[in-house]
Write a protein that binds this ligand. Sequence first.
Ligand code: HEC
Length: 171
Amino acid sequence: MRSIRQFAEWDFSASRSFHPETESLMSSRIEKRPAVKQRVLFSLLMGFVLFTSLVYTKGTEAPENIPSITAMGAEGRLLWQKYNCTACHQLYGLGGYLGPDLTDVMSAPGKGEAYVKAMLSVGSEVMPNYNLSSEEIEALTAFLRYVDSSGNFPERRAIRTWFGAYDIEDD
Ligand code: HEC
């Protein structure tokens, strides 16, 4: 039995005996020329660094100046959960699909606060009327206002750059 130390010190090249032709195929030109090998490794490393810096520095900026949620908005979020609005509505594309996505409803052209309040107080043929109190309606609108200020869905004007990332332009 060989010890680990003996094994580590074992000169494999001495014990290798192949046919001379196989031997010459195995020791490629790169192996014989350390300068070439270094250059190849260096360019691979540079390629990796360049690619990584492009991938991790573009398209990862968070929108600035997102106001934090107000007490009223937080109350609205609890009501959103209590009435399970998400069973039919999506925020940022996530949720049920019976009703429309509400991420931008507070700023959408032709909609906005008065429209949302009207919808919440009377419902429609397909949107249930929850007989909400005026405080509840205020809180739910505050929550939707907060969601609206946090970004857009779907993201508008997403431009694909030449290296595959997306530049998102807000309104
Ligand atoms: C049973 C499914 C369902 C539930 C639950 C529901 N909604 Fe709706 N909602 C709808 C449908 C469907 C519409 C579309 C109504 C229409 O166009 O007549 C709608 C419309 C709306 C609109 C107007 C959206 C627009 O872009 O026109 C708002 C705001 C809204 N709902 C808020 C809520 C809130 C807040 C809750 C929770 C308290 C809620 N909804 C719960 C089905 C639902």
